[in-house]
Every structure is written in C-alpha cells, then in structure tokens.
Design a binder for this molecule. Structure first.
Ligand SMILES: C[S@@+](CC[C@H](N)C(=O)[O-])C[C@H]1O[C@@H](n2cnc3c(N)ncnc32)[C@H](O)[C@@H]1O
Length: 258
C-alpha cells in the first residue's frame, strides 16, 4: 500500500499536463479522447449495470489465478469496486477504440466481464478475452447475453497455455489490454507472446503499473523495449505504442483531467 501511495505522490509531482508536452499525437489523445466528456448510450448502460452490482452480496469463487494465489470468495459488489476496471478507465478504452478504429482487441483477464463491455462497445469489432476462473467465465457469459454481445469470444483456460496457439492463428491485434496475472514474469511473458501479432499502429495497455515493485519493474523494462517508440505513464496504467515515424523514443508521465 505504501509503495502505491509513494508512487502516486511521485506521479503527481513529475507528471506533466498536455500543454507542457510537445507532441501533437499525445495532445490529441489526451485532449480529444481521454478528457472528452461525450458518453454514448451503450457506455451509460454499463454504468447503470455497475450501480446494480455495487450493492450485490452474491459471491463468486476465485480459484487462485493471478498474483494472489489463494482461493477466495468475493461479492459482486467488492469485485465491481476493487477488481474490475474502474468506469473512468473503461470510458478511456472505449473512446480510444472508437477514435483509432481498432478492430481486433484482446483482453487478458475477463473477471466478471465488466471491462469486456467497454472494450466491445463498437459492435463491428471483435474482442477476445482470456480467463481461467470457471465462475468468472460463467458470470461473464450471462452478462454478455444480457448485453446482446455477439462480438466477444472468451478464450478459457490459463493464458500461459492458451495464448501461444491463439497468437499463431491471429494475424493482427490492434489493442492488447493486459489485466490478468500482475507479476513481473507474467507481464513480460504476455508481452513477448503477443508481440508477433502486434503492428505499427497497435496499442498495448498495461494495467496497474504501480500495483507492486514487480509490476513497475516490468513496466520500466517494457517501455524500454527496442520495438516501443512511445510510452505514456498515466499512473493507473501505461500505454505502449510502436509507431515507426518517431525519430527517437519518447516517454511521458501524463496528467489527465478526466
Ligand atoms: C483484475 S481481474 C480482470 C479485470 C477485468 N479486466 C475487468 O476489467 O473487469 C484479473 C483476472 O485475470 C484472471 N487471471 C489471472 N491470471 C490468469 C491466467 N494465468 N490465465 C487466465 N486468467 C487469469 C483472474 O482469474 C481474474 O479474473
């Protein structure tokens, strides 16, 4: 906990507003996408569903995938507040997908499917979401039916086993959201496994980069990867871009007024 507080204070001190970052691409992304206040009806419906969940005491069993190895039951209310993607971040991802016309999206870690709703908001797109926990898969399937989602495919099983075959069959991935096992090894492995399917205009989102020292170590290593040309640190997550038109590698800690 102390680690996260310390890192947050550093982020507040060192991050720059877009007016101090001289990059038209970053300015456009932050000012016109992340800070935009427009919300479509589909995204409002997700918010309404979240308020329903926030009082639910129904429990889901987590069978120890991820950094927390213990089997545990969590109420839907706890999952909505503490495990699933927060609403604001969901809005970011949905708006980014719309703006950059990303079509093939991959989410590592479905949980109960809340993040998947934002990532599949554009119905013409395809979302592949990876999850090992059976109770989460069942809950997500029910949710996707309720929201009439025909553009989501759940890849069930441990990502360590399912990802290699998936990548060998997948020609390209436009956006990859890593939100499964929050350990150094898993984060580096996910990146290396999915790298062959990424292209010049892909975006990789790494969630919770200050969740632990290990996650920050993985983030720092990945942002320095030779294929990464631009990295953006938003504290709550990090973005990696691979654009070839950049003369030199750039890294920014960016403040967002959302
Ligand atoms: C933080 S939650 C994901 C939240 C979700 N992306 C959302 O926005 O609502 C992490 C999920 O990853 C799953 N997970 C962790 N390690 C995994 C692995 N190796 N294979 C498959 N799923 C895994 C966990 O079971 C858990 O449901």
């Amino acid at each position: 906990m102390w680690y996260r507080i310390k890192q947050f204070l550093k982020y507040v001190y060192y991050s720059k507003s877009i007016y101090r970052i001289h990059s038209p691409f970053v300015y456009d992304l932050v000012a016109h996408v992340l800070e935009s206040k427009e919300i479509s009806k589909g995204l409002l419906d997700i918010f309404k569903y979240r308020t329903e969940l926030s009082t639910s005491n129904r429990e889901i069993l987590f069978d120890g995938f991820g950094a927390d190895k213990e089997q545990k039951k969590h109420t839907l209310s706890h999952i909505e507040k503490h495990i699933s993607l927060p609403h604001k971040k969901g809005l970011w991802y949905a708006k980014i997908i719309e703006k950059y016309k990303y079509q093939n999206i991959v989410e590592l870690g479905t949980c109960i499917g809340l993040g998947s709703l934002y990532l599949s908001n554009v119905l013409e797109n395809k979302l592949y979401t990876f999850e090992a926990n059976q109770a989460c898969i069942e809950e997500s399937n029910t949710l996707f039916k309720r929201f009439n989602k025909s553009n989501i495919e759940i890849i069930s099983g441990n990502i360590d086993n399912t990802s290699i075959e998936f990548v060998s069959k997948q020609a390209k991935i436009d956006m990859l959201v890593m939100d499964a096992n929050h350990t150094y090894e898993a984060t580096i492995n996910y990146f290396n496994t999915f790298l062959p399917a990424l292209h010049e205009n892909s975006l990789v989102v790494i969630d919770d980069i200050y969740w632990s020292e290990d996650m920050t170590k993985a983030w720092n290593e990945l942002r320095n990867h030779p294929k990464v040309s631009l990295s953006l640190d938003f504290y709550r997550c990090g973005f990696l871009f691979f654009q070839h038109n950049r003369l030199e590698k750039e890294h920014f800690k960016v403040w967002v007024n959302d």
